[in-house]
Design a protein around this ligand. Structure first.
Ligand SMILES: [Zn+2]
Length: 73
């Protein structure tokens, strides 16, 4: 079974696209979202099961598009 076929969670930021990072549990997604949350921003945890367009897109392009939440090292 491919990893993308497992149920998992993504963070959807207010006014932004779905975060590419995937979490195995809602709790982990919530914890990460709270850490990354900016002032005035909201988020929603979305559950994905089976074929997830966000993960398929990330796998196709091998280099997942960076979100603005990631610091450019
Ligand atoms: Zn996914």
């Amino acid at each position: 079974m491919a990893p993308t076929q497992l149920p998992h969670y993504h963070i959807r930021w207010s006014g932004k696209a779905l975060d590419w990072e995937r979490f195995p549990t809602r709790e982990e997604a919530e914890a990460s979202a709270k850490q990354l949350l900016r002032l005035g921003e909201t988020y929603a945890i979305e559950e994905y099961d089976g074929a997830c367009p966000r993960c398929q897109e990330a796998m196709k392009s091998k280099m997942p598009p960076r979100t603005s939440h990631e610091a450019s090292a």
